[in-house]
Design a protein around this ligand. Structure first.
Ligand SMILES: C[S@@+](CC[C@H](N)C(=O)[O-])C[C@H]1O[C@@H](n2cnc3c(N)ncnc32)[C@H](O)[C@@H]1O
Length: 267
């Protein structure tokens, strides 16, 4: 099972390596990625089934499909370049797009709702806990100040507000709005809740000897994965330290730089 098909890079590789009779079930909740991946993976038809579902619901979905147990499960928690650059939903502070940030457009809550409706304290807590942002209070205040004049509607508007709220010159390496955008994206898509639910139930659907692989891109996720793997009696951890990309891989694909891959085996 690939829990995060995206545009199908990993899925295609798994299908190639598991030829001639390996069967892959792919989960992808984003409408556009789902359609593109289906097209890309069409050559594997007969060995591939794709569902537009949240990987947090893997147990119910796999049971319904009669596909339990599976031999392996992969989830890649990165934000796809497609979502950042091609979705038009305000994931990137470098673009001027409606502040939406829903990966799955069947959901109701958007980033615009959070930014315009949460109390100053709720916003501060969200930005601090999901963004690990030290200037969370200043940013939350600036957002509340700005929205008093008119609702905040676009990614660019929000990026400008954050940029002016944080002290200059402090954040040299990354754009000052990076963490705020991360926090909103995580809240809108309930990313940590989904990951927790996934980690609790994935061992239920793995056959003994089957493997669970998670690639995460920031410490909040990696911490959850590390602890879940360690504390689950059904799992044996195969990666004492996470696998990280080589210098060559980072040179080829800079977005891989913070990736951490952990693997556990079902006992
Ligand atoms: C980094 S991309 C995956 C890239 C993919 N591994 C590849 O090789 O092309 C992550 C994808 O997971 C999807 N996604 C994130 N959370 C999800 C969830 N809870 N359920 C289903 N899909 C999810 C996103 O929509 C996105 O397309």
């Amino acid at each position: 099972m690939d829990g995060t098909v995206g545009l199908g890079g990993h899925s295609a590789a798994i299908l190639e390596r598991s030829a001639p009779d390996g069967f892959l079930i792919g989960f992808e909740w984003n409408e556009e990625s789902f359609a593109l991946a289906k097209e890309r993976l069409a050559p594997f038809s007969g060995r591939f089934l794709m569902v537009r579902e949240n990987f947090a619901h893997l147990k119910e979905v796999l049971e319904e499909l009669g596909k339990v147990p599976v031999d392996g499960i992969l989830v890649d928690l990165g934000v796809s370049s497609f979502l950042l650059e091609g979705s038009g939903r305000g994931f990137s502070f470098l673009r001027d797009e409606p502040l939406d940030m829903r990966m799955d457009n069947r959901q109701n809550l958007t980033a615009k709702d959070l930014v315009n409706q949460l109390s100053p304290l709720q916003l501060e807590e969200l930005i601090r806990s999901f963004g690990e942002e030290r200037f969370a209070r200043r940013i939350a205040r600036a957002i509340c100040e700005a929205r008093r004049k008119s609702p905040i509607r676009s990614s660019k508007e929000l990026a400008e507000i954050v940029l002016h709220a944080v002290p200059r010159g402090r954040e040299k390496k990354i754009h000052p709005a990076t963490k705020t955008f991360q926090a909103l994206r995580m809240a809108v898509n309930q990313e940590l809740e989904n990951l927790k639910r996934f980690l609790e139930t994935a061992p239920d659907v793995l056959r003994p000897g089957g493997r669970l692989v998670v690639i995460s891109f920031h410490s909040l996720e990696d911490r959850l994965v590390k602890h879940a793997f360690r504390s689950d009696e059904r799992l044996r951890v195969l990666t004492k330290k996470p696998v990280t990309p080589s210098k060559e891989e980072i040179a080829r694909n800079p977005r891989a730089r913070s990736a951490k891959l952990r693997v556990a085996e079902r006992i």
